[in-house]
Design a protein around this ligand. Structure first.
Ligand code: PEP
Ligand code: MG
Length: 539
C-alpha cells in the first residue's frame, strides 16, 4: 500500500534543436554544455546501476560506461568545434557510431539501442527536459506508465518508487513479478491511468490490485497505516512455516540469481522453491558455457547452504525467448516450443545445463532438486527424470499444463516431487494470455477451475507421500496461500518480498480453517465468490 504523488517516464524528445550554427566565440561554452550533459547522464546511470542488482545492474553499468566513451564524445565535440549546436552534434555523432556498430554486427550491433538511449538522455538534459525512460524521483513517488520493460523495472529503487501502476501487462507478466521481487506494490492493467497527470496523489493497493486517484487523504493515510501494521506483523514472523496448530508448510523464496538468493536470506524463507534459471540469460546472444553456468548456480546453492533449493531448467520461449535456444518462428509461442519442449529440438542445451547443475552441486555440497517447466505428459516426465537421476540429482516437474494436473498420479510414478506453476496453469486452463490486461480476470488464480486442478495434483502427491509445492504467484497472496495449504500443498514458494506476509498469515490460522477455506473455494462458481468464501473461513 502506498500513497504518494505520480511520476511518469519522460517522453523521448520529439523536436530536435534546428538552431543555426553557433558563432565561433560561443563554441567553447557549447562544448562545455555538452560535456556537462553527457557526464550528468553517465553519473545518473552509474547511480542507478549501484542501486540495482543482477542483470539490471550490469546493463546499467555498461550503458554508463558507453555514455562516457571517448570516441563518440570526441566525435560530438569535433562537430561542435565546427559550429554545430550541441543537440545536432549529439545526433550526428551517435548516428555515425550507430552506423559503424550496425555494420560490425553481432554484439556491437546490440549496443546501438544503448547508444540511442544515451543520445535521448543527453538531448533531454541539454534541453532541460525530464530524462526519457524511468525517472529517478527526488522523493517517494508512484510510477505510472503504459508499460515497463523488465530491465527497467529491475533498476527501480524501492525507497523512491514506492508503487508501480501500468496501463498494460497481466498480473503475472514478468514486470509484475520483478516488481514484487523488489517489494514494490504493483498494479497492472489499470483503466484510465493515462488521464492521471504527474503530481496527482494516488493510493495504490498492490494486494487488492486497486489504484484510487486523489482519495480522501485522511482515509488514504489510515489505509497506509493499517497496511503498515500488517507489515509489522509480517516482519516479526521468524518461521518455519506452519499453521497456528503446528501443521508444517514450508515457506520458500523464488529467485533469479545469486544476488536475489542472498537477499532472500534476509527473510525467514526455509529455502528456494523456484530458481528461474532462464532469467540469468535473457540478454545473452550465445549459450553460457558449462563453467559459467556452474558459477551462477553455485552462487544460489551457496546462499542457501544446507537448505532446500529447487532449480528449474531453462524455461525458454513464449515471453522469455533466449537467443541461443534456437526457437522456431511460431505464430503462437505460448503454445509452441517452450520449456521442456526446447529439449526436443536442442537436447544438448539441457544436457549441458544438467551437467552444470551437477557440477555446482558437487562444488557447494548442496545438491538441489531439479525440475522441468511445461511438462505435459508422463512420458516427458519419465524421460526428464532419467536424465536428472543420471547426474545424481532429485527430479521433479512443474504442473503448469492442465494435462499434467489431470494425470499427476501417472507423472508421480516417475518423479520425486511436483511444483505447481499457477501462473501458467491459469493461462492454459482459462485459455487466456497471462500477459493480457483485458483477460486479467480470467487469469486470476482464484478461478475455481484452476484451484480444482491444484487440488487434483495435491491429492495425487498426498496419496503416494510425495511433496507438492506451489511456486506461482498464487503462493504470494497470504489468503490464497492458506487455501493452498488447505488443499494439501506441502510448500509455498513466493517472491522474497511476499515470504514474511505469507508465513505470518499462515501462523494465524488453523489447519481446519485452511481446509474449510479450501472446501469453500472448490464449491465456488466465480473467483470473487472463492475469495469471499476464503476470507470468511480464514478470518
Ligand atoms: C508459473 O507459471 O506459475 C511459474 C512459476 O513459472 P513462470 O512464472 O516462470 O512461467
Ligand atoms: Mg510457468
Amino acid at each position: 500500500m502506498a500513497y504518494a504523488p505520480v511520476i511518469r517516464p519522460g517522453r523521448l524528445p520529439t523536436s530536435i534543436d534546428d538552431a543555426g550554427d553557433v558563432a565561433e566565440p560561443d563554441r567553447p561554452a557549447e562544448a562545455a554544455r555538452f560535456d556537462a550533459a553527457a557526464s550528468a547522464v553517465a553519473t545518473r546511470l552509474r547511480d542507478r546501476a549501484a542501486h540495482a542488482t543482477g542483470a539490471a545492474s550490469e546493463v546499467l553499468a555498461a550503458t554508463a560506461t558507453l555514455a562516457q566513451d571517448r570516441a563518440w564524445l570526441a566525435a560530438a565535440e569535433k562537430r561542435i568545434a565546427t559550429g554545430a549546436p550541441a543537440v545536432r552534434a549529439v545526433i550526428g555523432a551517435v548516428d555515425q557510431f550507430a552506423e559503424m556498430f550496425t555494420k560490425l554486427g553481432g554484439l556491437m550491433a546490440e549496443r546501438v539501442t544503448d547508444l540511442r538511449d544515451i543520445r535521448d538522455r543527453v538531448i533531454a538534459e541539454l534541453n532541460g527536459l525530464p530524462e526519457p525512460g524511468v525517472p529517478m524521483p527526488a522523493a517517494p513517488s508512484i510510477l505510472c506508465a503504459d508499460d515497463l520493460a523488465p530491465a527497467d523495472t529491475a533498476g527501480l529503487d524501492p525507497t523512491l518508487v514506492v508503487a508501480l501502476a501500468t496501463t498494460l501487462g497481466g498480473p503475472t507478466s514478468h514486470t509484475a513479478i520483478i516488481a514484487r521481487q523488489l517489494g514494490i506494490p504493483c498494479v497492472v492493467a489499470v483503466e484510465g491511468l493515462d488521464a492521471v497527470e504527474a503530481g496527482t496523489m494516488v493510493l495504490v493497493d498492490g494486494t487488492a490490485g486497486t489504484v484510487i486517484v486523489t482519495p480522501d487523504s485522511a482515509s488514504a493515510d489510515q489505509a497506509v497505516e493499517a497496511a503498515r501494521q500488517d507489515a509489522e506483523r509480517a516482519a516479526g514472523w521468524s518461521g518455519p512455516g506452519a499453521t497456528s496448530d503446528g501443521h508444517a508448510v514450508a515457506v520458500l523464496a523464488n529467485v533469479q540469481d545469486g544476488a536475489a538468493a542472498r537477499a532472500a536470506r534476509d527473510t525467514a524463507a526455509e529455502g528456494i522453491g523456484l530458481f528461474r534459471t532462464e532469467l540469468c540469460f535473457l540478454n545473452r546472444e550465445t549459450e553460457p558455457t558449462v563453467d559459467e553456468q556452474t558459477d551462477i548456480y553455485a552462487e544460489v546453492l551457496d546462499a542457501f547452504a544446507g537448505h532446500k533449493v529447487v532449480v528449474r531448467t531453462l524455461d525458454a520461449g513464449s515471453d522469455k525467448p533466449l537467443k541461443f535456444a534456437e526457437h522456431p518462428n511460431e505464430a503462437n509461442p505460448a503454445l509452441g516450443v517452450r520449456g521442456i519442449r526446447v529439449a526436443g529440438i536442442n537436447p544438448a542445451l539441457l544436457d549441458r545445463q544438467l551437467e552444470a547443475i551437477a557440477a555446482a552441486a558437487k562444488r557447494t555440497g548442496n545438491p538441489p532438486w531439479v525440475m522441468a517447466p511445461m511438462i505435459a505428459t508422463a512420458q516427458e516426465a519419465e524421460h526428464f527424470a532419467a536424465q536428472v537421476r543420471s547426474h545424481g540429482l532429485t527430479p521433479g516437474v512443474m504442473i503448469e499444463v492442465p494435462a499434467a494436473a489431470l494425470l499427476a498420479d501417472r507423472i508421480l510414478e516417475h518423479v520425486d516431487f511436483l511444483s505447481i506453476g499457477t501462473n501458467d496453469l491459469a493461462q492454459y486452463t482459462m485459455a487466456a494470455d497471462r500477459m493480457s490486461a483485458e483477460l486479467a480476470a480470467l487469469t486470476d488464480p482464484w478461478q475455481p477451475a484452476v484451484l480444482t486442478l491444484v487440488a487434483m495434483a495435491a491429492r495425487a502427491g498426498a496419496s503416494v507421500g510425495k511433496p507438492v509445492g506451489v511456486c506461482g504467484e498464487a503462493a504470494a497472496d497470504p489468503l490464497l496461500a492458506c487455501v493452498l495449504a488447505g488443499l494439501g500443498v506441502t510448500s509455498l514458494s513466493a517472491a522474497a518480498a511476499a515470504v514474511q506476509g505469507v508465513g505470518a498469515k499462515l501462523a494465524q490460522v488453523s489447519l481446519q480453517q485452511c481446509r474449510d477455506a479450501a472446501d469453500a473455494v472448490l464449491a465456488a462458481s466465480t473467483a470473487a465468490q472463492a475469495r469471499a468464501a476464503a476470507l470468511s473461513a480464514l478470518e
